[in-house]
Design a protein around this ligand. Structure first.
Ligand SMILES: [Fe+2]
Length: 297
């Protein structure tokens, strides 16, 4: 992995310029651990204060997003691994760039951008140690997988990436709720996340504790479209609830011991809890083209 040079593309923010990255660039250049492994590229675009009109913002962002696409295609034509780092408005530019690529059916061109961070694997080791330290006489995620696969002819297994087993599950306590969002492995990861291509994706949650009020899971019959990015909340995974305005919805207040399997590519949210903790064990479930169900977290 370390043998492939990473091309770091820095995208500055609004009312700013590539000069803003100077200190960052100097730090990277002076870090012996990164020497020969990282090449820094500055993507510069014009963002004059006086010319910007609020009603033109989307159009301007689209233009800059297209300029970024051209930059990656020309300046970095031979780069195998690209990481985009953004500041402020730069994040919106990259979001628009990715959305427009996908919308135009050019998602495959994004294969050199993104991936699974090395820190994921390090975190996974800590996660394994923490679960083992509980001294449980059973593996709760294995129990969930067995129950899920009991009537599924293709079987269930923890998914692998590059031959390595991914995380088997997480315990989540979203007492504050989750904003309206969607999860889609094929959009979040530029390449196939798992070694086996997926033809469907679900989210599994088993509820261990639920509050007397709140904590409902809400699911809308609406899947992400590029226009929905207008409702994306700044620096957040979530969207303004207006993104699902008018869409048919389903609200479920799960009970302890119940499990929910939803298609998380539809927008969904969790309402804030009050009166008690809301704790669930969960993992993603993919339907592999082989017919097997594969789980990961
Ligand atoms: Fe989700």
């Amino acid at each position: 992995m370390a043998s492939t040079r990473v091309h770091l593309v820095l995208v500055h923010g609004l009312f700013s310029s590539a000069k803003v990255w100077k200190a960052f660039e100097t730090l990277i250049a002076g870090d012996p651990e990164l020497t020969g492994r990282v090449s820094v590229h500055l993507f510069e675009y014009d963002s004059p204060l006086g010319r910007l009109r609020p009603d033109r913002r989307v159009a301007e962002t689209d233009d800059i997003a297209d300029q970024l696409g051209t930059f990656l295609e020309t300046e970095l034509a031979d780069a195998e691994r690209i990481v985009l780092v953004t500041h402020s408005q730069g994040g919106l530019v990259v979001q628009r760039f990715l959305a427009r690529k996908l919308w135009n059916g050019e998602g495959a061109e994004l294969a050199r951008i993104g991936g699974v961070a090395d820190s994921y694997w390090e975190a996974l080791e800590g996660h394994g140690r923490a679960w083992r330290s509980l001294g449980l006489s059973f593996d709760p995620f294995a129990v969930c997988r067995e129950a899920l696969g009991a009537h599924w002819p293709g079987g269930v297994a923890v998914g692998r990436r590059g031959g390595r087993e991914l995380g088997d599950g997480v315990a989540r306590e979203p007492n504050q709720g989750f904003l309206v969002h969607f999860d889609d492995a094929s959009r979040e990861y530029a390449e196939d996340l798992l070694d086996t291509p997926l033809i469907g994706q679900f989210a599994f949650n088993l509820y261990l504790s639920v509050p007397p009020s709140g904590g409902e899971t809400v699911l809308w019959r609406h899947r992400w479209q590029p226009e929905d990015e207008r409702y994306r909340l700044p620096a957040s995974y979530g969207y303004d609830e207006a993104v699902v305005r008018g869409a048919e919805s389903l609200e479920i207040a799960p009970r302890v011991g119940e499990a929910l399997l939803i298609d998380p590519r539809y927008f969904h949210a969790v309402r804030p809890s009050s009166g008690a903790r809301r704790v669930a064990l969960g993992f993603a479930v993919g339907l592999a083209s082989s017919g097997q169900l594969v789980t990961w977290a």
